[in-house]
Design a protein around this ligand. Structure first.
Ligand code: FES
Ligand SMILES: [Fe+2]
Length: 346
């Protein structure tokens, strides 16, 4: 257990891979939230994720199962399961499928070249949708073209000892940039929009932002940090040479372990396409520095914060409670007592 006060059975969307990893007609075992799962992409292209163990005698469908039509056949005795989890066919019992047993089917969202799994202990349908990383963040992103992220633009970190809470708290932590990422100065927190399930902040780097000499809607030398629940973060960074969009997502595996998935989209620069690799490598420098902290960090339930840090942490910790499986309606409805969009100074 990471900490007694942190629950790993969080509600929300969580990344479990990339679209390119799930080829049509293939089957893959997965394990998240302490549950064995099977993922398969049917012939029509739709990706399904279900409970892994066959309702007949418990074989794992992800180890040897195969795609049949839009369902999956068990490797043990060939029972075929439909996308809704019901039994379609028992090969040695003509026209008499099992009508009482049903595999649990998980909600899947395929977006941002990624596969997201909806987890909710209460069994509710998804309460929100993950934004489009390249189209929901303004003209300064949409003016650029981005290639789909190849293997070199995707990082997977398994076996980490961390909780998504540690990543989320980055949104109220401008000071770590200087020490963990060796930026010249801490960024200025420019604005925040805190919704029921999503939290967006904008921070600016450099003197012009710090001194309030930039128009509020400018984006140069800023990072928009957008949290969609506690599992998914989209970081949109506007640098002098273009835009980079970095998704940093964490997914609980069991009570002690989580994985991180990171995806990097680097805007194309028509005058210098060869710079892609250099700009990608530059974008990839920061995350290992963060992971080194998170993986070795303990969670301080009662941290020693400065006066200027307290409001941010109180907000982040109160807001994040809504994603716990036993969250009350009051916790889910709570929004901080500030205006939804404000200018702040550090
Ligand atoms: S265990 Fe799956 S068909 Fe027998
Ligand atoms: Fe960081």
């Amino acid at each position: 257990m990471i900490h007694a006060s942190l629950n790993m059975k969080l509600t929300g969307w969580f990344q479990v891979g990339w679209s390119a990893d799930f080829v049509i007609g293939t089957v893959k075992p997965l394990r998240y939230f302490g549950e064995d799962l099977v993922a398969f992409r049917c012939k029509q292209g739709k990706l399904r994720i279900m409970e892994a163990h066959c309702k007949h005698l418990g074989a794992h469908l992800g180890h040897g199962g195969c795609v049949v039509d839009d369902g999956i056949a068990c490797p043990f005795h060939g029972w075929v399961w439909r996308p809704d989890g019901r039994n379609a066919r028992i090969p040695y019992q003509e026209d008499a499928p099992n009508r009482t047993r049903q595999l649990k089917v998980w909600h899947v969202l395929e977006k941002n070249d990624s596969i997201y799994l909806w987890h909710d202990v209460q069994g509710r349908d998804p309460l929100w949708e993950v934004p489009d990383a390249l189209n929901d963040f303004g003209d300064h992103v949409q003016q650029f073209k981005f290639d789909p992220p190849g293997v070199e633009a995707r990082s997977h970190w398994p076996n980490l000892h961390l909780h998504p809470q540690m990543l989320l708290e980055n949104i109220v932590d401008p000071h770590h940039f200087k020490f963990t990422h060796h930026t010249k100065d801490s960024p200025t927190v420019l604005s925040e929009q805190i919704g029921k399930w999503e939290w967006r902040a904008k921070v600016g780097f450099g003197r012009r932002w710090a001194e309030g000499r930039m128009p509020a809607d400018a984006t140069l030398n800023t990072i928009i940090i957008h949290w969609s629940g506690m599992g998914v973060s989209i970081n949109v960074e506007h640098t002098p040479v273009g835009v980079r969009v970095v998704c940093i997502n964490s997914t609980p595996v069991d009570e002690d372990t989580a994985e991180i998935f990171a995806t990097y989209w680097i805007s194309q620069t028509e005058d210098n396409p060869a710079a892609y690799e250099e700009r990608l490598n530059e974008a990839k420098i920061a995350l290992p520095q963060d992971v080194n902290i998170w993986h070795n960090q303990i969670f301080r339930e009662d941290p020693a914060l400065t006066a200027s840090e307290w409001p941010g942490w109180r907000k982040a910790r109160t807001w994040s409670k809504r994603f716990n499986p036993d969250a009350t309606i009051e916790q889910q409805e709570w929004v901080p007592p500030t205006s939804p969009l404000r200018q702040a100074t550090t």
